[in-house]
Design a protein around this ligand. Structure first.
Ligand code: BV8
Length: 252
């Protein structure tokens, strides 16, 4: 994907990043798009094309059709496991070696961590973490009864993906840390999100209200463009490496 990035916006962004003392980054599904992970808004492919992800990523959908929803997550895990971090993930990991930076992601794919980012705040959980629906407290994954989905051998509870479904509260600590990062940042970099899912999408506004500059990186218009001081209209994998020297390895 070619990026015709406005040269003035680019140099202004570079200056803001170079001068920043404390950066908060918010990423969405778009940062993984160039790795081949479909974004949430993309039409779902193949077998899943007839479903709306927002309808499947809910507890009551899971209670109604556990096998279908479990298979959807298995499909996504296999897809993500076969992908690799792209230059956007790598550039963000490198920036964290150069500047105080808090990386907050809406993504559940773990690609930031695989690119070397540390202490990633996962607002919506992780695709590869499992937990239990109505578990007895003694549910042991190692002793789970295999099935679709697996069940607790002690109480029969269903295993469920360790993600935050629509209508579920975000993990308290992750939400607190993300909001604190937004309140204390002097620069907020928003990469690859439509800005439609709350409360995550409210974070750039919090940063702006506390005096931060906001830069949005997205090839398409987003709901956060009006919050931005600068919008860089291009793909993250092309734009981010243009904003700082991405060759420094991520911090150990
Ligand atoms: C909650 C895990 C309350 C599951 C996900 C106001 C306040 C609070 C809540 C709400 C509110 N209004 C509405 C709500 C309810 C709801 C919500 O926001 N609904 C939306 C649809 C209106 N929010 C919730 O339910 C949240 N919970 O608030 O609970 C509560 C409180 C107390 C007690 C009980 C309950 C929970 C939301 C979390 C849902 N879970 N994921 C799973 O993955 O299966 S969210 C899911 O959607 C993904 O995580 C994904 O991140 C997100 C979609 O957003 P994006 O990341 O932005 O992805 P999207 O596809 O939309 O856009 C991609 C963008 O990338 C596009 O702009 C595109 O142009 C761009 N792009 C494409 N290619 C590139 C690119 N950008 C850069 N480079 C490229 N190459």
């Amino acid at each position: 994907m070619k990026a015709e990035i406005d040269a003035q916006a680019l140099s202004a962004s570079r200056r803001l990043i170079a001068a920043a003392g404390n950066i908060m980054v918010l990423t969405g599904a778009g940062v993984s798009a160039e790795s081949g992970v479909p974004t949430f808004r993309d039409a779902m492919t193949g077998l899943w094309s007839r479903f709306n992800p927002e309808e499947l990523a809910q507890e009551d959908a899971y209670r109604r059709q556990p096998a279908l929803v479990w298979e959807w997550y298995q499909h996504r895990r296999a897809l993500v496991a076969a992908t690799h971090p792209n230059p956007a993930h790598v550039a963000l990991a490198s920036l964290s070696a150069q500047k105080p930076l808090t990386l907050v992601t809406q993504n559940v794919d773990g690609l930031h961590q695989r690119a070397g980012s540390r202490d990633v705040i996962e607002l919506h959980g992780n695709l590869f973490a499992d937990k239990w629906l109505d578990g007895c407290g003694r549910c042991d994954p190692a002793a789970a009864v295999p099935g679709v989905p697996p069940r607790c051998s002690a109480c029969g509870a269903m295993m469920r993906p360790g993600v935050v479904w629509f209508g579920e509260a975000l993990p308290r600590v992750a939400r607190y840390r993300a909001e604190h990062a937004a309140e204390t940042a002097d620069l907020c970099l928003v990469v690859g999100t439509s800005g439609l899912v709350y409360p995550a999408a409210g974070l750039p506004g919090i940063a702006k209200d506390h005096g931060a500059h906001v830069i949005v990186v997205n090839p398409e218009p987003s709901a956060l463009d009006q919050t931005a001081d600068i919008v860089l209209r291009g793909p993250a994998g092309v734009v981010l490496p243009m904003l700082w020297d991405g060759t420094q390895a991520a911090s150990a």
